[in-house]
Every structure is written in structure tokens, then in C-alpha cells.
Design a binder for this molecule. Structure first.
Ligand SMILES: *Cc1c(COP(=O)(O)O)cnc(C)c1O
Length: 343
């Protein structure tokens, strides 16, 4: 049983889907065949329908969230990218961009605060935001203020540990992305990148064609439901199948938020500290609990002897926190088992 926030527990149906993929010969099909195009089209339709992605936003499959950091730097940034972050993944994104773009600006903000967008005059081609910071369990719930503060910029949003778990306001951003091994409950090896018409327009103006994964090139291929490289067809197939199975995100989101509320209340009643004290920025999908090194060690050791894996702390919170994935693939009986043990 695993509560690791990525790679995380996959949906139990994945076992059958993988058998089906093998039996149906999916694993050996040509990626330019009509059959593969049909699977890709179905997966994209399913994502639009179940995650409420606006009809004019494009969905692409690439290999990882890390790759999307580079795609944004290469295809959408003329001069400068601006990075707001309070944790390890947002910071890593800035590190990747710094190697590729002419200029980056970093605006770190404190764990229990939201970034200050008052009187922002910083010009930037792209504004980079981590919607859910997996390393510390914070989230930025409302992205509209970024749109308002940077009306010209492309707003790029890393939603790797929240896409598939909560309702996201897609219109507030231009590029959204997530690897599939976190909140989407699928095996690692692919990521979803979602682009607004404004993002595509910007990519076409810049017209970067130097890389195999330049957005204009990706976009051309996806117009035909093909990919710019031989893709992880199994992963596309799994998306296709799981999207037919799950409820609409508006229903999933309510469950996720209810479960999150219960997790936070449980730990607070037990006298344990949530790393994030400000409820307004607590993540719904990654719960981070703080303690002394001794406490954290003994809780992890206890759960381990019962076959339950908790998420380790990450980065600067490595030794004094543990994390619990609150992802929809996790079943009620698993949560009950963990709660019983922790009690
Ligand atoms: C896990 C994670 C990534 C990196 O995902 P990869 O699939 O390893 O590229 C990026 N951003 C966030 C917020 C993450 O949680």
C-alpha cells in the first residue's frame, strides 16, 4: 500500500487494461497507424470531457513534466521567464530555464504566504507557477491574479500533483502540464501538456524549429492525432481507458477536498503539526506533516512494518516531514487502514 506522492498508487483497473493492451496487440502497433490515431483521439477527447479542459485548448503527449519545463523555455520564451516558487519543484524549473533562456528572474515566496503581485512591473515573456508544490504540500488556488498582473505574458502552470484530482481554472493559464504518475494514477513515462490558443499563437510567432519537441512541430503532428516521436502508446491507451471509467473532475474534486479536510483534521486532533499552517494555501492533494526527526522516523518505520509506504520529506523538509498523497486512485479502505494504524 503506498501513499507516496509520485510515483504513486495506480488505479487498480490498470492491471486489466495492461492485459487488454497486450491481448489486443496495442503494444506492437505502428504509431502512425489509423488504430493508434484513434486511441490518441479518444484519449484527448476523454481528457477534455472528464477534466473539463476548454474546447479550444490543445492537448499533447510528451515524455515528462521536466521535458515541458524545457519546451516552455525553448518554444515560448523570447527573452525572459519569471519564476514564482516556494519549494523544490518550482526552483528546479527555474534552474532548467536558466540554462536555456536569455534571462530568468526568481521570486521566491514564504511557505505560509501567497506571492505578492502588487505593483508588479517586471516584464516577462512567460510567468512560471507551480500550482501544487509537491515538495511541501502548498497550492495556489486562484491563478487569476497572475493573469491580471501579467496580461501580456504566457502563464505556465505546473499541475503535476493536482491535475486529475481537483478542478483547475484552465482559462487562468496558457500552458498546463502534469506527468501521469502522480495525481492521474498511471504508471510513469508520459506527461500531458495543455496549451491555450494564445500559447499556440505565441509559439507560431517565435517559430522555434530547432528541437524535436518544438511546440509548432508537436502541434502540426497532433492536428493529425499523431506524435512528433514514437510515443508511449501503452500510456496513451491507459489514459484512453481510464478516462472512460472515472467520474467528471467536478465530482472527483469534491471527494478529494473532503478527504483532505479529514486528513488535516485527523492530524491536528492527534496533536501533530501540519507543515503548512495557513489553511488557504494547504494542498488538497499532498498532505505534509511535520515532526521531530525522531517522530518522523518512528512513524515511517511503524507504517513500513505494516506494509504501508508514506512519502518521505523532500528537499529541505527531508528529515522533519512525511507526505501523504491524497490522490483519487487511493481507495477508502486504504485510508482507513492507515488511519487505524496511526491512531
Ligand atoms: C514530480 C514533479 C515534476 C517532475 O516530474 P517528472 O515526471 O519527473 O518530469 C515536476 N513538477 C512537479 C510539481 C512534480 O511534482
Amino acid at each position: 500500500m503506498t501513499f507516496y506522492p509520485g510515483p504513486s498508487k495506480v488505479y487498480p483497473q490498470v492491471a486489466q487494461y495492461m492485459q487488454d493492451a497486450f491481448a489486443e496487440g496495442i503494444l506492437s502497433i505502428n504509431h502512425r497507424s489509423a488504430e493508434c490515431m484513434e486511441i490518441t483521439r479518444g484519449a484527448i477527447d476523454g481528457l477534455h470531457q472528464k477534466l473539463n479542459i476548454p474546447a479550444d485548448y490543445h492537448v499533447y503527449f510528451v515524455s515528462s513534466a521536466t521535458e515541458v519545463w524545457e519546451i516552455i523555455a525553448q518554444s515560448l520564451t523570447r527573452q525572459k521567464s519569471l519564476h514564482y516558487y516556494n519549494g523544490a519543484f518550482g526552483e528546479k524549473w527555474a534552474d532548467y530555464a536558466e540554462k536555456l533562456v536569455l534571462a530568468t528572474e526568481r521570486i521566491p515566496f514564504k511557505l505560509n504566504e501567497l506571492p505578492d503581485l502588487q505593483n508588479t512591473t517586471n516584464f516577462s515573456d512567460v510567468v512560471c507557477i507551480t500550482q501544487n508544490e509537491t515538495s511541501n504540500g502548498t497550492q495556489i488556488k486562484d491563478l487569476k491574479p497572475f493573469r491580471k498582473a501579467f496580461p501580456e505574458a504566457i502563464i505556465a502552470v505546473d499541475a503535476t500533483s493536482s491535475l486529475g484530482g481537483i478542478v483547475l481554472d484552465f482559462n487562468a493559464g496558457d500552458v498546463w502540464f502534469a506527468s501521469v504518475q502522480k495525481c492521474l494514477g498511471l504508471p510513469a513515462g508520459m506527461a500531458i501538456m495543455i496549451c491555450s490558443p494564445k500559447a499556440i499563437e505565441r509559439a507560431e510567432q517565435i517559430n522555434d524549429c530547432k528541437f524535436y519537441n518544438s511546440i509548432v512541430f508537436i502541434h502540426d503532428n497532433f492536428q493529425k492525432f499523431q506524435t512528433h516521436y514514437t510515443p508511449n502508446v501503452l500510456s496513451i491507451y491507459l489514459i484512453n481507458r481510464i478516462m472512460l471509467e472515472i467520474s467528471n473532475i467536478s465530482i472527483i474534486s469534491e471527494d478529494t477536498k473532503q478527504r483532505a479536510k479529514e486528513w488535516y483534521a485527523f492530524f491536528e486532533n492527534k496533536g501533530m503539526r501540519c507543515l503548512v499552517q495557513n489553511p488557504a494555501i494547504r494542498s488538497d492533494t499532498v498532505i505534509t506533516i511535520e515532526g521531530t526527526e525522531e517522530e518522523i522516523k518512528s512513524i515511517k518505520a511503524l507504517t513500513k512494518t505494516h506494509g504501508i509506504t508514506l512519502g518521505n520529506g523532500y528537499g529541505s523538509w527531508k528529515n522533519n516531514t512525511f507526505r501523504i498523497a491524497n490522490f483519487p486512485a487511493i481507495e477508502d479502505i486504504e485510508i482507513e487502514a492507515l488511519i487505524k494504524l496511526l491512531k
